[in-house]
Design a binder for this molecule. Sequence first.
Ligand code: FES
Length: 312
Amino acid sequence: MTAEPTSARSATGYDATTLASLSADAAEIMARYPDPRSGLLPMLHLVQSIDGYVSRDGILFCAEQLGLTAAEVSAVATFYTQYKRHPNGTYTVGVCTNTLCAVMGGDAIFDELSDHLGVGHDETTDDGAITLERVECNAACDYAPVVMVNWEFFDNQTPGSATALADRLRSGEAVAPTRGATSVCTFKQMSRVLAGFPDGRADEGVGAGEPTLVGLRIARDRGWTAPTPERPEPEAPESEASATTGEPAAGEPGSSAERQPATTADVAPGGKPGTPQAEPDADLDAESGAKKSTGGTAKGSTKGTEEGSADE
Ligand code: FES
């Protein structure tokens, strides 16, 4: 019997070639994790590398591959700002407007770019070239104010340098980041890298520039070292009883009687003060006539299991 083509089993609108390619990449992603559904985040980047955003087809593809519902995939895709629910520009221009960059000029850069491009936050220019964003701290505060183009660094920007950068991007001119890779790739190409398929450019250029290293140099020159973290006190030695049985003696702190819900077999009628009480089963109640059955299992023993199942 001939196997049914993959495309015939998919609710997505991808053509057979695209679907086969996506499926091969998805299999590679899922194989990285003990639980395949852990591959959802890179898989969302993968569909962005094809569609330029997390499309309806992309949502359905991820759901089919991972055995999730479309609603579950959508819930994740709408939680993280790196996933776009509408077509993104070729370049995401992100202006850091977090505290340090903001006071160093980030807010002014964003306002100037917004006026110059005629778009606001998370909006795309008519030519589809640039999506403008406010972004949070990019761990480049020593180069504030920072602008990112598809997550490549453009350090120490001004409103004028940022608008010039945007103009070059829109005209198709090649631009070079201040640090890191020597060029800027497209949003789709970047999304494929974020899906875990390297483009070989990770080690290009300078990673940590002089402002990042100056503190380290000063510390070395002056013999400064990081403080040693306090360690917790070692645990008290085990008692004689525990040394023999591996368990604390009855009545000692940490004994099984204290830390576990007791069973019907080891709780005397009335129980010990402070000892968790089991609720006797119906048989014991019938035999003794002294205990009232409440139907069951000690609290906590199955409740957690049930809750765990519901959460999964
Ligand atoms: S505040 Fe802008 S990179 Fe940290």
